[in-house]
Design a protein around this ligand. Sequence first.
Ligand code: TYM
Length: 343
Amino acid sequence: MEEKIITPENAQPEKKKKILSCIQPSGIPTLGNYLGALKNWKLLSDEFDSAFAVADLHAITVRQDPKKLRQQITEVFALLLAIGLDPEKSIIFIQSQVPAHAQLAWILNCYTQFGEMARMTQFKDKSQSHADNVNVGLFSYPVLMAADILLYQADLVPVGADQKQHLEIARDIASRFNGIYGKTFTIPDPYIGKQGARVMSLHDPTKKMSKSDPNPKSFISVFDEPNTIMKKIRSAVTDSEGGVYYGEGKEGINNLMGIYSCCTGLTMEQIEKDFAGKGYGDFKNAVGEAVVEELRPVRERYNMLMKDQAYLMDMAAKGAETASRIADRTLHKAMKKCGFIVK
Ligand code: TYM
């Protein structure tokens, strides 16, 4: 057989790896969402084939006001563009506009064990905080998340640390399905940044910063004005010890150092050095200013984008069309393997 000689002309370029991630439109996104996930999405989108979605189907696992939900879906979609994601390079879409997500989720439900879902810590937490509405959607939420990821054959999923358990279950479901039917899904790896993976509440630094926290002082919204950001950081709970260094019992300072590190690129050691002998007042001012500068371009672009709703909806429709093409391919493959007659 004639030997095939690889030349620059016929060489198969190494296939770009794929990433996918989503964010729920269940409130105003926080600095935690931004530093733990969104900032990495933008960085990775330059290097990978990428898809990002507003996970609106996930949001109704908790009761939502329809008018508010519609508004928040638009806001979060605008935010994805405002952080600098480029719709020419990345697929940016709204989950409910791509029916394959719900369809694959149903199939994967049948390859997921009750006991696996019952172990999920987020389910346990949320069924306590929403005890009057422990619905089946809340229970099988990680299966829908697995469908989101597997439809795009994602290699990497950039998330904050709180999503790690959901990523593990997505891997388990994919491996199980592949084990029964042969390779159907790529097994995804989580991508969790070194800093910012778990931004804590400013009011109680032992708790995750969350957009659903009823105390608005506990989180910084990505749309907060500079003076609000400064005020919130200045009133962040710290300790009475007074030194800016990373350590046990200093959760408040550790958290502010993590935030500062994400915004400035400085390491913890550099921060300790820069603030040696200085008080918390100076440090908090520096953190506040760094956060203001980090979020300024995002807020400015967001405010511009929100003035053009027709453009946003047009971008969403285009994103959903491209996403559907990819998602349907995987869905049909999985359906055929199960024995369905695919049109
Ligand atoms: P959601 O909407 O709660 O959060 C979006 C992203 O922000 C990260 N995050 C944080 N990171 C650091 N510190 C915090 N305090 C913080 N709070 C939130 C989250 O880890 C997440 O990466 N289930 C997901 C949405 C989802 C999804 C998916 C993610 C649906 N389908 C498929 C990845 C792949 C969620 O509720 O994220």
